[in-house]
Design a protein around this ligand. Structure first.
Ligand SMILES: [Zn+2]
Length: 508
């Protein structure tokens, strides 16, 4: 029985053979037996292979269980190089779907952070984070810029203005714009208005938010255009939408700056504006005298009072550093309107900020682009500050041909200025790359809505065909090209100087 159990087939066959003991067939049976043996052998071989297959599923089950962990660890382990490659790729796509043309610009900023962590920069030191901040020029909401945003239900939507630069905004880690208007609403005695007393519908905030902006600058010469009412309501609206803002603050209990952790780097950001008070005891943006209480809720300086600016900014930087800031960005509203170069006051203030340790200065207010410069601290020759004196107008109605005082098209130009901070495992945080994307506002009438569209065009040279990409005519294409040339003529040298310096930085 045990034998039979072990070998079920042969016994059966033996039994049959015993009953038919027939000498004539012995040889034949032997042959058959041989054949059977061969058959059995081949069956066994087959079984072996089958059992191999059987094991496979079990093994796979096992391997699935064991490999999953191992794969999980093995994959990262083997591809320490690959992960960075595979993560670099994903960083490009977010840009590509919306506007494939910008892979160069945006991906440059998003690629670096993911690539770096696995790659040693110097023995024992690795790059542990990159943070790209983008900043555009003035959002100068003139009345003609407001009207087209009105929707049938009475709300306002300005999203269309940002459609073409949205992908570039989103490619930065944190994007900033200067909100050169107040949001006083309609219920407190004001109506929507442009120059000289700006009051824009609240819809500008979600429109900017939808375009990818994270923070709006609220300290400028138009901050008090709608008095204390608009001053406070602007901040209230911003808070309701969850939009960061800096430059003004709702109470003295709030910080007069922001420190945000962006990709592992804590960046301190502060915004200042000049003001026009006749005496030191008063604060009056554009001549609108602020209440004593409100005057303490905005960062201002007197153009000629560099010492006062130094004292104030020095304390701010100390506070930001106490809050963990590892890099400092100063947004500043200054300079002469329509002047294509910075003035002596701007230079003095910029040098002061550099001496205090500011890493990047982003200027606004001139409504035209002003040069970029690389400053060296007078107290620490190793410290440099990248300064863009004016980002120009991101959006405005200041157009050649529409306003008699506007004699050139420089006011139609802006820059999306982006700069990337890198942080290393030894604690070093520094600016490592800078990009300046020229923008130009294409003003046209939509054939769908018959409304005007202030279309901010990214003048990206890697976009093969601006005409097709942005729906330009021959005339507007040549205007866009002229805008690019104007901007590069102003910032080209400074940008090259900054880039040469950044390229020369020693490896950490
Ligand atoms: Zn201004």
């Amino acid at each position: 029985m045990p034998d039979q159990n072990q070998r079920p087939f042969p016994p059966h066959r033996r039994r049959r053979r015993r009953r038919r003991i027939n000498p004539n067939f012995i040889i034949f049976c032997m042959a058959v037996l041989l054949a059977v043996v061969l058959l059995v052998l081949s069956v066994m071989a087959l079984v072996m292979s089958l059992s191999g297959d059987d094991e496979k599923p079990k093994a796979t089950d096992a391997t699935i269980q064991t490999t999953e962990p191992t794969d999980g660890t093995a994959e990262p382990a083997i591809p320490t190089t690959e992960p960075s490659a595979s993560t670099t790729e994903p960083s490009a796509p977010p840009v590509a779907p919306t506007d494939p043309t910008q892979t160069t610009e945006p991906s440059a900023s998003t690629t670096a952070p993911t690539t770096a962590p696995s790659e040693p920069i110097a023995p024992g030191i690795t790059l542990i984070g990159n943070a790209t901040i983008g900043a555009t020029g003035d959002i100068l909401m003139h009345k003609p810029c407001i009207r087209p945003g009105e929707q049938s239900d009475g709300t306002y939507d300005f999203s269309a203005y940002f459609a073409h630069i949205q992908a570039y905004i989103n490619a930065t880690d944190y994007a900033v714009a200067n909100l050169e208007t107040t949001l006083a609403g309609l219920d407190l005695g004001y109506e929507y208005s442009g120059y000289p007393q700006f009051n824009c519908p609240d819809g500008i905030v979600p429109s900017l938010q939808g375009a990818g902006f994270d923070m709006l600058l609220t300290a400028n010469n138009h901050t008090y255009d709608t008095s204390s009412v608009g001053f406070h309501r602007t901040m209230q609206v911003m808070k309701e939408y969850g939009m960061d803002f800096t430059g003004t603050f709702a109470s003295r209990e709030e910080d007069n700056y922001l420190v945000r952790e962006i990709d592992g780097i804590r960046i301190g950001m502060i915004c200042y504006t000049y003001e026009d008070a006749a005496d030191a005891a008063t604060v009056a943006p554009n001549g609108h005298v602020m209440t004593k209480e409100d005057a303490q809720l905005i960062n201002t300086f007197h153009k000629k009072d560099v010492a006062g600016f130094r004292t104030s900014l020095s304390a701010d930087i100390a506070n930001m550093e106490a809050d963990g800031a590892e890099a400092i960005v100063l947004f500043i509203h200054w300079g002469d309107e329509y002047a294509l170069t910075q003035n002596a006051d701007q230079e003095a203030l910029a040098q002061t900020a550099c001496d205090l340790g500011v890493d990047v200065i982003v200027g606004g207010h001139a409504h035209v682009i002003q040069p970029m410069d690389l400053l060296t601290s007078t107290t620490d020759s190793d410290h440099k500050t990248v300064c863009l004196y004016s980002t120009g107008n991101a959006i405005s109605n200041q157009r050649q041909g529409l306003i008699s005082s506007i004699t050139t098209a420089h006011t139609e130009d802006g820059i999306l200025f982006s700069f990337t901070f890198a942080k290393y495992s030894d604690g070093t945080v520094r600016v490592e790359s800078v990009e300046a994307l020229p923008t130009w506002v294409n003003l046209y009438t939509s054939t769908e809505t018959w409304k005007k569209v202030y279309d901010i065009i990214p003048l990206d040279k890697s976009t093969a065909d601006w005409k097709t990409a942005f729906g330009l005519t021959d005339d507007t294409l040549s205007q866009a090209e002229a805008s690019y040339d104007r901007t590069m003529a102003i910032i080209g040298d400074g940008l090259a100087e900054v880039n040469a310096y950044l390229a020369s930085l020693p490896e950490v």
